[in-house]
Design a protein around this ligand. Structure first.
Ligand SMILES: Nc1ncnc2c1ncn2[C@@H]1O[C@H](COP(=O)(O)OP(=O)(O)OP(=O)(O)O)[C@@H](O)[C@H]1O
Ligand SMILES: [Zn+2]
Length: 731
């Protein structure tokens, strides 16, 4: 609610500083320096200088300082102003997710060095003269770098030698410096390079999306195609149209490991790779990517959720691929959901948004059924491949021997594949070797000192690791409690343990482990894809990382090692999540000419989720889940907001939580608060945690209710309040 601002004679600029504690401040313009709203500026603050963004004064109320006291802005950066519609999006995100506007705006400009404007970078290339002393390393470098140019670090990486080798080559004159512009233009994708010949089903879906791109209207689509139906080829036609029209397109992926397979397909379709945006980029690459995006030169960007907030001036189409993935929900900093923000960005900037998935998020399915989103269905696999056959293995009947986890029918099915020269995939969503290490002598379970969680044994690195705070320590020989040696035993399986068992049971088989520990970068994902495609691998063992996106035609068997794991979560989405996860991993089987088979190990074959999977009854499963959510007024039929109170002092945290509970609004219709209670993860990174959960009908103005309640709360300095709107995590 903008306050009436008193008209003042002196012109002033309202600047949103990028520091949540400071908020907006007023400055005087600098004569001759044009700084319209959106401009990224440097302003003085005391003896320091900070960055900020010029904002519309009437949208950011402050207590006005007398004009005579205003200091001047120092400079305007040589970067395009943040577009108006992006500023409106940032305001929406800030209000909806109850987050400081400056924190949201920071996500649009995450690399300060990119603001510095066009600069040149000193790069190096070969001169052609051979050094007198030619060590094997130098020879290798000369060989590898014949047609390359780059900074020292990059050259060293390409040649696989140390920086010192490159510097040596420069010193002896085998390499020379060249000034390269820092703003290299990304190669332009060619929409006519190699269009796919779409099936009739694909054509029908693509036609709808293309029309919306052409009309430049807001149009939310649910592209709902079974695994292997060719959703990618289909949405790429809408992307092609956006590029052809001169605009920009963005494809969001849930994780970095998926960028590689997609970028390859983009290269096949458009002749060049897209601009990528993810955490594995070097600073200089991010800088170049940001500038290319902000100038509108990056026509096609593929990125992780953080790519959504970048200042594209001319978006014409956004795709959220694997739209059901919960990793689109950001769990630290600004707690937003990239899928929902993408829809809002599409609405504000008027372009079509495509949510592509084989297993729609329930919220999206409901929107489709209401007709708010247009559902485009691809009901069968591309090229006539059949859907895999799904069966359960009842672990109560087929119990694996103690210390082992693969039941006999699964073992036989794998042997069968090995004989036929086909590939198998074993899926277990648990990194490491064992989730718990127990002392046989004194019964101690090794826990994280900072979190209420067990340490997970990682045998590859011989360390114990906390999956919550990242703490790692060498696996001890002796029990840390009683000091006995040789008494620590691993309990339960992680993927590393499954790999060990598979190696023992199938001695000749070639195995590969795929988890975020082993496939953390696009380069490693590339190696994985190559190894599987070239059939250098017989059995792939992985976490959720391998459940989606990949297309391996020779893979005909999928074994789900423990289907009960996901069901245990017990939260709102446990059923939905296990259904999605198993459909996705099952979808890796039999995508080529050979039929696929899926074996699910479970203790509860009668559980509704498992039953629906076996009967391939997605419609029935969704209908039942939607009904249950409607009955309980749970999202999307009602809204939730989690309030997490945390701090290093347990008593202070508990008292603050109790105080918030006592002061919770009681007289608002269709609004109620559960808790407080200690969080399931009651200690995280050394901070104690209590939770409250607010539940509201959709029509309640949650933003202002929370503002009145929490905004006025008296919170001790050591205690932090985190508000998680539409939460996905309940720990
Ligand atoms: N029109 C087409 N022409 C040629 N090949 C196609 C076409 N459509 C799809 N394909 C191929 O069919 C295979 C399956 O398609 P794709 O991987 O896009 O399916 P998907 O729907 O994204 O599956 P998933 O949800 O399981 O990732 C891929 O190898 C893809 O290249
Ligand atoms: Zn920890």
């Amino acid at each position: 609610m903008p306050l009436p601002s008193t008209p003042s004679a002196q012109p002033r600029l309202r600047v949103l500083t990028l520091n949540a504690a400071l908020g907006p401040l007023d400055y005087a313009p600098r004569p001759g320096l044009d700084a319209p709203p959106g401009s990224i500026v440097r302003v003085p603050l005391g003896p320091r200088e900070i960055n900020g963004v010029v904002w519309e004064a009437d949208r950011l109320p402050v207590k006005e300082v007398d004009a005579s006291k205003l200091r001047r802005i120092n400079a305007v950066y040589d970067a395009p102003p943040l577009p108006e519609r992006l500023r409106r999006l940032a305001e929406w995100v800030s209000a909806y997710y109850y987050a400081p506007l400056s924190s949201v705006v920071r996500m649009a400009m995450p690399i300060p060095s990119a603001l510095d404007g066009a600069r040149t970078i000193t790069e190096y290339r070969l001169t052609g003269s051979e050094p007198q002393r030619l060590t094997p390393q130098r020879a290798a470098a000369l060989d590898a770098l014949s047609d390359r140019q780059g900074v020292v670090r990059e050259m060293a990486e390409w040649a696989n030698v140390s920086d010192a080798v490159i510097r040596g080559l420069i010193k002896v004159g085998a390499m020379e410096a060249v000034d390269a512009p820092a703003d290299t233009l990304p190669p332009r994708p060619d929409p006519a390079f190699a269009p796919a010949e779409l099936s009739a089903e694909q054509t029908a879906a693509a036609t709808r999306m293309i029309a919306a791109v052409e009309a430049r209207r807001f149009a939310p689509f649910l592209l709902h195609g079974v695994t292997g139906s060719g959703k990618t080829e289909t949405y790429l036609e809408a992307v092609a149209k956006a590029i052809e029209a001169g605009g920009q397109a963005l494809i969001l992926l849930p994780e970095i490991a998926l960028t590689e397979p997609l970028e390859r397909r983009i290269e096949a379709r458009f002749g060049v790779r897209p601009v990528s945006w993810h955490s594995d980029l070097r600073q200089s690459q991010r800088r170049a990517a940001w500038r290319a995006i902000a100038r509108g030169d990056a026509k096609l960007t593929v990125g992780a959720r953080s790519a959504l907030f970048l200042p594209y001036p001319d978006l014409r189409c956004v795709v959220v691929d694997e739209a059901h993935e919960s990793s689109f929900k950001q769990e630290d900093g600004v707690l937003y959901h990239a899928r929902d923000v993408a829809v809002m960005r599409a609405k504000l900037e008027r372009f079509p948004i495509i949510l592509a998935t084989a297993t729609p998020p329930l919220e999206t399915q409901v929107q489709a059924e209401r007709g708010t989103y247009e559902e485009l269905v691809l009901p069968s696999r591309f090229g006539g491949a059949a859907m895999p056959d799904i069966r359960t293995i009842d672990l109560r009947e087929h119990q694996p021997p103690s210390g082992q986890f693969l039941a006999q029918p699964l073992v036989e099915a794998i042997e069968d594949r090995l004989e036929r020269g086909e590939q198998s995939l074993l899926f277990l969503n648990r990194r490491g070797y064992a989730p718990l290490t127990l002392c046989r002598h004194c019964g101690t379970r090794i826990e994280c000192p900072n979190c209420s969680a067990w340490l997970v044994e990682h045998r590859l690195t011989r360390r114990l690791m906390c999956h919550h705070c990242g703490l790692t320590e060498p696996t001890p020989d002796a029990c840390p409690e009683c000091g006995e040696t040789g008494t620590l035993v691993p309990c339960g399986p992680g993927v590393e343990r499954i790999a060990e068992e598979a190696q023992q049971r199938f001695p000749g088989a070639r195995l590969m482990l795929a988890t975020s520990d082993t496939i953390g970068s696009p380069a490693k994902a590339r190696a994985l894809v190559d190894a599987v495609e070239n059939h250098e691998i017989d059995i792939l063992i992985g976490t959720q990382l391998v459940t989606k996106g990949y297309h391996f035609p020779e893979l005909t068997l999928v074994g789900v090692v423990d289907a009960d794991l996901a069901l245990k979560g017990g939260d709102l989405r446990a059923g939905e999540r296990s259904f999605q996860q198993i459909v996705q991993v099952a979808g890796r089987a039999g995508r080529g000419a050979k039929a696929g088979e899926v074996l699910i190990q479970t203790h509860q074959p009668e559980a509704p989720v498992i039953d629906a999977l076996v009967r391939a009854d997605a419609a029935g499963f969704y209908a039942a889940e939607i009904e249950a959510r409607r009955d309980a007024a749970m999202p999307p039929f009602g809204r939730l907001a989690a309030i997490i109170v945390s701090g290093p002092d347990e008593r202070e945290v508990a008292e603050t939580a109790a105080y918030l509970g006592r002061n919770a609004p009681r007289d608002i219709e269709h609004f109620s608060v559960l808790g407080p209670a200690p969080a399931p993860l009651s200690l995280l990174r050394g901070r104690y945690r209590h939770r409250l959960l607010a539940h509201a009908a959709r029509r309640v103005d949650l933003d202002s209710v929370l503002g009145n309640w929490l905004g006025r709360a008296d919170v001790p300095p050591g205690v932090r309040l985190t508000v998680d709107i539409d939460p996905y995590s309940f720990v």
